[in-house]
Design a binder for this molecule. Structure first.
Ligand SMILES: CC(C)(COP(=O)(O)OP(=O)(O)OC[C@H]1O[C@@H](n2cnc3c(N)ncnc32)[C@H](O)[C@@H]1OP(=O)(O)O)[C@@H](O)C(=O)NCCC(=O)NCCS
Length: 184
């Protein structure tokens, strides 16, 4: 059972009933812009949350995708997590998404920092990477703000809403993360 607390957020384990909040924000066209999905049904919402519930039972556990809850209100506003790719490699990747009503307040940066700390300090990872659509400037900015470095640019890598889009790979190493967090 993982719970992470930041200044303004709580990142907690998903519960089955969270599907409603997830399906509601995932139906927003602003959210859907950089996904191949065009809409999200109740079934999609339930299956999405079910994926996270299943990963809680895995032993050893590899996926820590947590519900992002706004501390003050207790509302679910998105999810953020770290996934261990290959335990032998000590490599993992992070991913996040937020309800569009809560964009622009630094919440994704705060949540991503918390899962990077989980990955390096608790899971013992050496390298953590993330992939995003190059056009998704808010996401690339989050990755830069947490100190990740652009390592790769895959041209026409994702087919999204009738067009090929480039993808970017970002990464950060454990000693780079530690040097940043030791400074603060
Ligand atoms: C990506 C996402 C999680 C960002 O959430 P957020 O809480 O708004 O992010 P933050 O507030 O921490 O940081 C966003 C940064 O991007 C900047 N930004 C936002 N939109 C931008 C745009 N169109 N162009 C350039 N910069 C932009 C913001 O100004 C901010 O940078 P700053 O602090 O230097 O001003 C959110 O947009 C989202 O959920 N999108 C849909 C799902 C998604 O794309 N997930 C990522 C998949 S890789």
């Amino acid at each position: 059972m993982v719970v992470l607390r930041t200044e303004r957020l709580v990142l907690r384990e998903f519960e089955e009933r969270d599907w409603r909040a997830v399906q509601a924000y995932q139906s927003d066209p602003r959210y859907l812009r950089y996904y191949a999905w065009t809409d999200r049904t109740e079934e999609d919402g339930r299956a999405f949350v079910r994926m996270f519930l299943d990963s809680q039972e895995e032993r050893p556990r590899r996926k820590f995708q947590l519900a992002v809850v706004l501390g003050a209100e207790g509302n679910l506003i998105g999810n953020c997590g770290v996934r261990v790719n290959g335990p032998d490699l000590r490599e993992g990747n992070i991913g996040y998404e937020l309800d569009p009503r809560y964009w622009g307040h630094g919440y994704a940066t705060e949540a991503a920092s918390a899962v990077l700390e989980l990955g390096f300090a608790e899971l013992g990872l050496h390298r953590i990477w993330a992939e995003c659509v190059a056009e998704n400037l808010a996401s690339t900015r989050v990755l830069e703000k947490v100190g990740m470095r652009r390592e790769g640019h895959f041209r026409e890598h994702a087919w999204i809403k009738g067009a090929w889009m480039d993808s970017l790979i970002y990464a950060i190493l454990d000693h780079e993360w530690r040097a940043r967090t030791d400074r603060t």
